[in-house]
Design a binder for this molecule. Structure first.
Ligand SMILES: [Zn+2]
Length: 569
């Protein structure tokens, strides 16, 4: 490949919207180009890396006896109605009508379609276990995608789906995928940790994710330095100190027009942890008041589990105005009795920490007033008391009492134990050896290819540019000649013809510019043909990230590189 012909040139300027070093280098190196917010094109260099990562992932999926398939990205909406996920995915899923007015979706994940496929293809329990995977374009209609290639709306995902006769079989398979993901991430030299995670809209009962520590990440993982505990913030548990003194008589305080938790706390002169906070949610069980401490956040995952519903979402303004609730002073305290008497009523879930705390400050559905010394059981009640809060600062490990650590991360891969959620709802049944019908148990697995490339770039760079793991680099060899001697030029051409996987920098620019670009792109081996070649036919070989220069005869380049590679591994 001639650099002069390559689409996508290097640039010295840091693109304006870029927030991380890896993103900067991918843009400046000419690997990717933005088309619109959350949408990126892969340029030739970038797509070569994508293909190598794809090959790496594919070899691991094959080693798990996986069979590669490719399902349509467009699915009938009706499938999603049957699985019960149509309403849960909400705006994230693009819906449209096809030419014959049939309701369709751009599937953000393929559990439904996979079950339909297996239903039509598999008749016997003897065909299980079965593992199918694909490399498929997904589109998630996120409102504000940020983080460049680390969080895009459209992306290629390697998603796998396994079908099993028993939980034993499923539980034995999950660690194998887990180990495959570990090998893939190690091969990309990406630092990662694994943690228990939220199930979210994927349903099922347990999930684990592979996370890369990253300051700009949109997820938070809670880890314990004292033991091996690690969990996503949505599901993490921890203990917090609770002030549980003797209840005092309630009193009212006028706070004027301040409304935020921080402002109210400052006005009254208490920390935010002395306030109760009511968040209003909507779900299939109706309107829910979720009460947490002022310094804590509601875990929607925990709240949904407690209510035994698929998902919860914040109540919208229409629902609030219908009920006549002012969300700024919403509270289980002083809730009008006609609201409680509504069909289904308002359900109140009180976080354990709030229920155990004495003398908190609460709003009471009245503007400009707060009540102090409010106590659960005496002043207000809740239908459910449970852990519904996210672990925050100051929490300690449930197991070993060590202070927990919060870390920003980005999700790289996910393993879900789905059980029979989809096979039951979509009526996938097989007959076992005793002629009994059963719903196969499923697992689902996903690893984003573009995101993995972005994470690899994030984890493998230095001040000069990208430093790809050698098997993932867009080219193995970067070739350039120094000087204008015709013999050097002929030598360069011959080497270019001889070597596979070689990028020849044929531009009429200074050698320092060429070297700078070679470092930026991160090609592992740099072969330089200079004056000396005319004397003894030798070239210089430099390895990215090392200052050592190896000399080799032009006819021995491939074997010399093999030798260097061998000494590095
Ligand atoms: Zn611990």
């Amino acid at each position: 490949m001639l650099y002069s012909k390559l689409v996508g040139k290097t640039s010295r300027d840091r693109p304006r919207s870029v927030r991380s070093r890896g993103q900067e280098l991918l843009r400046r190196g000419g690997f990717i180009a933005p088309l619109a917010q959350g949408l990126y094109s892969f340029l030739p260099l970038g797509y070569r890396v994508v293909q190598r990562i794809t090959d790496l992932v594919r070899s691991e999926m094959r080693a798990l006896d996986g069979q590669e398939v490719l399902l349509p990205v467009v699915n009938p909406l009706e499938l999603w109605n049957r699985s019960g996920r149509e309403s849960i995915l909400g705006r994230d899923m693009i819906r449209f009508r096809d030419a014959s007015s049939r309701a369709m979706v751009l599937a953000p994940t393929h559990e439904e379609a996979m079950v339909e496929l297996v239903k039509s293809m598999i008749g016997s329990y003897r065909d299980l276990p079965l593992f199918l995977y694909q490399f498929q374009t997904k589109y998630r209609n996120e409102l504000r995608p940020r983080g460049g290639l680390l969080r895009t709306r459209e992306f290629v995902m390697n998603d796998g789906y396994s079908f099993h006769r028993s939980f034993t079989d499923l539980n034995n398979f999950l660690p194998k995928v887990y180990a495959a993901y570990e090998r893939i991430l190690k091969s990309c030299r990406v630092p990662f940790l694994t943690a228990e995670a939220a199930v979210g809209a994927m349903m099922g009962d347990r999930s684990f994710e592979f996370l890369m520590p990253f300051d700009g990440g949109d997820d938070t993982v809670i880890t314990c330095p004292g033991c091996s505990y690690a969990a996503n913030r949505e599901v993490a548990v921890g203990t917090v100190a609770v002030d549980s003194g003797a209840p005092k008589p309630t009193a009212t305080v006028h706070v004027g027009d301040v409304v935020s938790i921080a402002e109210v706390a400052a006005k009254i002169g208490v920390p935010t942890s002395r306030l109760g906070k009511t968040m209003i949610y909507s779900c299939e069980a109706g309107i829910v008041f979720a009460v947490v401490r002022g310094d804590q956040m509601v875990s929607e995952e925990k709240l949904a589990r407690v209510l035994n519903v698929a998902a919860v979402r914040r109540a919208d303004s229409q629902e609030l105005s219908f009920l006549g609730i002012d969300p700024l002073v919403a509270s289980p305290l002083g809730l009008p009795s006609d609201l409680l008497a509504l069909d289904g009523g308002i359900r109140t879930v009180v976080d354990t920490v709030v229920a155990e705390s004495s003398n908190l400050v609460f709003a009471a559905n009245e503007p400009e007033v707060r009540y102090v010394n409010v106590n659960f059981g005496r002043d207000y009640d809740g239908e459910i008391v449970a852990d519904i809060s996210q672990v925050g600062g100051g929490a300690r490990c449930v197991d070993c009492n060590t202070p927990l650590v919060l870390q920003r991360v980005i999700e790289l891969a996910h393993v879900f134990r789905l059980g029979d959620y989809y096979s039951r709802r979509l009526r996938l049944t097989l007959t076992d050896s005793n002629k009994r019908r059963f719903n196969p148990l499923m697992g689902a697995y996903g690893i984003g290819i573009g995101r993995l490339m972005a994470a690899t770039a994030e984890a493998n760079n230095d001040r000069r540019g990208l430093n790809w793991p050698h098997h993932l680099a867009p080219f193995r060899v970067y070739l350039a000649g120094i000087g204008r001697s015709p013999r050097v030029a002929r030598g360069v051409e011959a080497i270019h013809d001889e070597l596979a996987d070689c990028l020849l920098d044929d531009r009429m620019v200074s050698i320092s510019t060429k070297f700078r670009d070679a470092d930026l792109i991160g090609v592992p081996y740099r072969v330089i043909v200079a004056r000396r070649f005319e004397d003894d036919g030798e070239v210089e070989i430099l390895t990215r990230g090392s200052t050592r220069v190896i000399r080799a005869h032009a006819s021995q380049i491939a074997s010399a590189i093999e030798q260097i590679a061998g000494s590095l591994s």
